[in-house]
Design a protein around this ligand. Structure first.
Ligand SMILES: Nc1ncnc2c1ncn2[C@@H]1O[C@H](COP(=O)(O)OP(=O)(O)OP(=O)(O)O)[C@@H](O)[C@H]1O
Ligand SMILES: [Mg+2]
Length: 407
């Protein structure tokens, strides 16, 4: 992977000092980064660049530790130059939460580095030589980490792509909900549901305990209500699908487990319509769908598992209607449900067991995140670029969707 921090040496100007650091060029480059931040409305880039200029000024006046600190100043200048390029070249960069979060973190870390360098430059004695060397090393390490993060991502344009794909996924969900809402209710067909029903991906790491906990709850309660809650892309649907595939769950529910992609069923009417289609209930002209659903459960003795995926869509659009239908479903003794939902609480009047210790799904562990990355991208790559990949995975907060996109 090309390293975009290794640039062609710039011609020396008159205020360049023997160390090769060009103070005037650095300040100009940083002012430019601040202007780009300002023009793009990215206040954390503007802030970071302004702090960086102050750092340069502090280093310029330093008597002791000057050479080491110049190398920090040089790295900071290069780093902000690269971030400026990313902002200039990228489309929709502001919508890339991960990128914005990193720039924000950088601004705050530069503030800390500045404070530390001020302290060092104000020392009157040599008494602190050892601790100063450690502080400088730490600052250097921190900036190097950021260089790894921005360099690797920028050179493969991941920053822009991830943001666009993540945004694209959101747009798609919204669009699907919108289409469904403006659709004639009778147009939600079995095939519509089937087309967007996902299957469990074979690449699945680090969720053994959560899956076991869910399976245990489903098979050891005659009627089980399981809520899988958490942030977008954390892996809720994947966990639900793997729970559903567990042999014990298959034994209990047989073929009677039904997946409803609720992002296309944004209100009670459509949810009912989806259920009717999924369960294969025949409703004749003029007949009541509610009545047919009730009859279905009245005459069926088999345990039924309903997987209500992306339930935040109907729940946020039509809470009253959905509460009513959920209450009804829960009242049928043979029905069990799994909901996956972005949020902190299970929906409606049902007593949900929420999966996980914190009532929401945690991110992957660093080890599982690495496994996901190497399974998708190939082990060789991880070996070669192990450290920078680790830094990226950490930066992605070990969220499976983000890791999958990057890999
Ligand atoms: N444990 C895992 N190991 C590997 N890949 C995973 C894991 N969990 C999720 N993924 C992948 O991450 C992506 C997002 O996962 P998933 O759709 O399950 O998230 P979600 O929480 O349901 O998201 P949303 O809130 O958008 O519905 C999918 O491509 C999935 O295959
Ligand atoms: Mg999901």
């Amino acid at each position: 992977m090309p390293n975009i921090f290794s640039r062609q040496p710039k011609p020396k100007q008159k205020d360049a000092i023997p160390s090769g650091f060009d103070w005037s060029h650095a300040k100009t480059a940083l002012s430019l980064a601040a202007s780009v931040g300002k023009a793009a409305g990215i206040s954390h880039l503007e802030g970071a660049a302004e702090i960086a200029i102050k750092i340069i000024e502090i280093v310029e006046t330093m008597k002791r530790n000057k050479e080491e600190c110049i190398s920090i100043a040089r790295d900071i200048t290069d780093l902000l130059d690269v971030i400026k390029d990313i902002m200039e070249r990228g489309r929709n960069v502001k919508q890339n939460e991960i990128l914005m979060k990193n720039v924000q973190k950088l601004e705050s870390d530069l503030g800390i580095i500045k404070t530390k360098l001020v302290k060092i430059s104000n020392r009157k004695t040599k008494f602190h030589v050892t601790s100063d060397a450690e502080i400088i090393k730490e600052c250097k390490g921190k900036i190097r980490d950021y260089m790894e993060i921005f360099n690797t991502k920028a050179s493969v344009n991941i920053w822009q792509n991830t943001g666009e794909i993540l945004k694209g996924q959101e747009d798609l969900k919204e669009a699907m909900a919108h289409i469904a809402k403006t659709h004639d209710q009778s147009n939600i067909t079995y095939d519509d549901l089937e087309r967007i029903t996902p299957t469990a991906s074979p690449v699945f790491f680090g969720r053994e305990e959560l899956v076991a906990e869910g399976v245990d709850h489903l098979v050891n309660n005659s009627q089980a209500f399981l809520a899988i809650l958490g942030a977008g892309g954390i892996g809720k649907t994947s966990i639900a699908l793997h729970i559903n595939n567990a042999p014990q769950v298959k034994t209990k529910y047989g073929k009677a487990s039904y997946f409803l992609p609720c992002e296309v069923l944004p209100d009670a009417k459509l949810l009912l319509q989806g259920l009717i289609q999924r369960l294969g209930i025949e409703v004749g002209q003029g007949e009541s769908q509610h009545k047919k659903l009730e009859d279905y459960f009245r005459f069926n003795t088999q345990s039924i598992l309903l997987i209500l995926d992306n339930f935040e869509t109907p729940w946020n659009h039509d809470p009253l209607g959905i509460e009513n239908i959920l209450g009804k479903l829960a009242s049928f003794v043979q029905s069990s449900m799994i909901v996956t939902m972005r949020g902190l609480n299970g929906p409606g009047p049902v007593e949900w067991k929420t999966l996980g210790l914190e009532d929401s799904i945690p991110p992957l562990t660093p080890e599982s995140a690495s496994e996901v990355f190497s399974a998708i991208s190939g082990k060789q790559e991880l070996k070669k670029t192990g450290d920078s990949i680790q830094a990226i995975l950490k930066n992605l907060d070990y969220v499976p969707l983000a890791i999958t996109l990057i890999a």
